[in-house]
Design a protein. Structure first.
Length: 344
């Protein structure tokens, strides 16, 4: 048993391999097939002679002299040790002069963004619900399952990728630690498309952030997954009223007990309205403006699973400071959570 454990721990694929730029040039056929472009650089498809990860995605981080002073190789090694079924595996890296590249397992299903927002073929509610729970578990693991809490800082549907069986996996965790705090902040707050997922405290002057920024972003993603709608796109007004934002609309319908209005011809969701409503209330708690009122990801997982109840939502303008959660298992209040990272 111990022997097995040691063999597993020392197996080659448990370590993040350092590649030369030449090796990655060859693996990607000269950076030929672009998978996508994001705020930190470009991502290319590649093939390696590897048993475990023959297909890879190589992320060329923007060349910069502004990388974190922390040792890149060590940081990458520690990120590479983080394994969970809902997290994309980092399998290698390259560091040559100002150039930095990261090598990930290839995710053939593409991003949640492209899967979720297909106009003609929205994924079934049963898949959406399971996928949302998986993403919550991946994030819970980053916050509470590692040696130290990892704040993702950039949770959005583009950073959730799907494997060949459409299982969702979070990618780009730990990137915040590879960049300088200033670079991370500038990049995250300036990327087009990311803005709607950023917790309000990112824009506050003292810029103190903790795991609750991820809870906020998760709440936005969860709401989008429930409704199959982009949170940034206003919902046309009913009966000639002005258009409203998705949060506002969902909040009102949940409050009025008219959740089914959200699901035009989504029979799968309408048949499971009890769970839909629970998920909606969790999403609305996650996007609370006040970070201390947001649940922890552990609590989110428990609420989504129905292990603990989701308390009634506060009125939108309320400055209610009581705990948002009550336990249905025992009546003791849940501990507030969230590790703290000061990024000034
Ligand atoms: N491991 C991967 N496997 C397959 N495609 C990937 C992988 N990583 C990233 N991509 C693709 O590359 C795109 C750009 O990724 P990235 O640079 O992280 O930017 P962003 O997260 O802002 O979209 C992603 O949206 C995705 O479509
Ligand atoms: Mg990304």
């Amino acid at each position: 048993m111990l022997h097995c454990y040691l063999r597993k721990k020392t197996a080659n694929h448990d370590f993040v391999r350092a590649y030369t730029a030449k090796e990655l040039y060859k693996a990607t056929n000269g950076f030929h097939r672009l998978l996508g472009r994001g705020g930190f650089g470009e991502v290319y498809y590649g093939v390696l002679k590897s048993l475990h990860y023959p297909e890879i995605a190589v992320k060329k981080l923007i060349s910069s002299n502004d990388y974190s002073e922390r040792e890149f190789g060590n940081e990458v090694q520690s990120i590479g040790q983080i394994h969970h079924r809902n997290l994309v595996r980092m399998v290698g890296y390259c560091k040559e002069r100002a150039q930095r590249m990261l090598v990930f397992e290839f995710m053939p299903g593409g991003s949640l963004r492209s899967f979720l927002f297909q106009p003609q073929q929205q994924p079934m509610w049963s898949w959406r619900a399971e996928a949302a729970l998986g993403i919550a578990k991946g994030l819970e693991y980053l916050h509470e399952g590692c040696n130290y809490p990892i704040i993702h800082c950039d949770i959005k549907p583009d950073n959730i990728l799907l494997d060949s069986k459409k299982n969702p996996k979070i990618t780009d965790f730990g990137i915040a630690r590879l960049l300088s705090d200033q670079q991370m902040h500038t990049t995250v707050t300036n990327i087009r498309g990311t803005r709607g997922y950023i917790a309000p405290e990112w824009f506050q002057s003292d810029r103190r952030i903790d795991t609750k920024v991820d809870v906020y972003s998760f709440g936005v993603v969860l709401l989008e997954m429930i409704c199959c709608r982009k949170s940034q796109e206003p919902v046309p007004g009913q009966d000639g009223d002005d258009s409203v934002m998705l949060f506002e609309w969902a909040g009102q319908l949940v409050g009025d007990g008219r959740t089914e209005v959200l699901f035009h011809s989504d029979d799968d969701a309408i048949e499971d309205l009890f769970r839909v409503e629970r998920f909606l209330r969790v999403a609305l708690w996650c996007i609370e403006q006040n970070p201390s009122l947001r649940p922890t990801m552990h609590q989110v997982v428990q609420m989504l699973e129905g292990v603990i109840e989701v308390d009634t939502l506060p009125a939108p303008t309320s400055s209610n400071c009581s705990s948002p959660l009550t336990s249905s298992v025992d009546e003791s209040p849940l501990l507030p959570g969230g590790a703290t990272l000061a990024i000034e």
